[in-house]
Design a protein around this ligand. Structure first.
Ligand code: SF4
Length: 287
């Protein structure tokens, strides 16, 4: 593995606030919404917002889990906002989006629901008020509860996404409160339900090349058709350290192997995140 990795190589981030960025920022603030772009310190925020897209994060900005890679605040959420689904739909309309990605914090504190009802309502409100916009959801695992997942599925998102985040061997360190196999089952259940299903991982966390290939095979076997791979970047010194910076050549190899495995789309590159260029993927994938 070591010869595949460059210690000097680091992804380059373009910092530029343009007209599009200002517009998206204004909409997000006016509708009192959170975005994962800001909360997770996403390196693509200038590119995506200047393109007029953002990933809206529902159910508040405090997560009940504390994954080792994630910059989103963690603690006891107090957020409860039944009008957020409507405001989200209005923001999507204002932004004239043709495809939107919605994600959320984990809400293990909401008894017997974990936020699934708000998820369902958000998808339905967007479809109702912005019927020409396709909806991609990047959801938590709802602790694997099939009835809650079904609630989300029945709202008919055009793409259902849930990230396994990393290869299975290191999963307990990367996502202490999650379970890799449970995430795999969430993806299986989505695909069995007939939904276009997507997942993604970060690399540079100590995985091997072969483990990445095995992960691609396993998620493809349960019905995933869109796969994303990006470089992990340490958001603060308190988060997991980067073990390696993966070269662009290796990202290209992952992409080519992923296509051979049978995915419809593989987005692979240092700055790739789950929602990076999601609108372009949706245009290709949604029939
Ligand atoms: S890649 Fe996703 S999270 Fe990052 S800025 Fe773009 S839309 Fe936001």
């Amino acid at each position: 593995m070591s010869e595949l990795v460059s210690k000097e190589y680091k992804p380059k981030v373009r910092l530029q606030i343009g007209e599009g960025y200002r517009f998206v920022n204004g909409v997000v603030n006016n509708y009192k919404l959170n975005t994962v772009c800001e909360e997770a310190n996403c390196p693509n925020i200038y590119e995506c917002w200047n393109r007029g897209t953002a990933t809206i994060m529902i159910l508040g900005d405090v997560c009940t889990r504390a994954c080792g890679f994630c910059a989103v605040k963690t603690g006891k959420p107090t957020w409860n906002d039944p009008l957020e689904p409507f405001r989200t739909a209005m923001a999507v309309k204002k932004m004239k989006l043709k495809h939107v990605v919605i994600t959320s914090v984990d809400r293990d504190d909401i008894k017997n629901d974990f936020g699934a009802s708000i998820w369902e309502k958000t998808i339905r409100e967007i479809h109702k008020y912005v019927p020409d916009c396709t909806v991609e959801v990047l959801t938590p695992d709802f602790r694997g509860d099939k009835s809650l997942l079904k609630k989300v599925f029945n709202a008919k998102p055009e793409i259902f996404s849930h990230n396994v985040e990393c290869v299975e061997r290191i999963s307990k360190v990367v996502r202490t409160q999650a379970d890799w196999k449970r995430s795999l089952n969430v993806l299986r259940y989505s695909s069995d339900h007939g939904l276009l299903t997507k997942t993604g991982i970060m690399v540079g966390l100590g995985e091997t090349f072969d483990e990445v290939i095995k992960t691609m095979e396993e998620v493809h076997d349960v019905g995933v058709s869109i796969f994303t791979i990006g470089q992990y970047l340490q958001p603060t010194k308190d988060h997991l350290k980067v073990k390696s910076y993966i070269t662009e050549d290796i990202f290209d190899q992952y992409k080519n192997i992923g296509i051979e495995i049978g995915f419809d789309i593989v987005e692979s590159g240092p700055l790739v995140r789950s929602s990076y260029h999601a609108d372009e993927q949706a245009r290709l994938a949604i029939k």
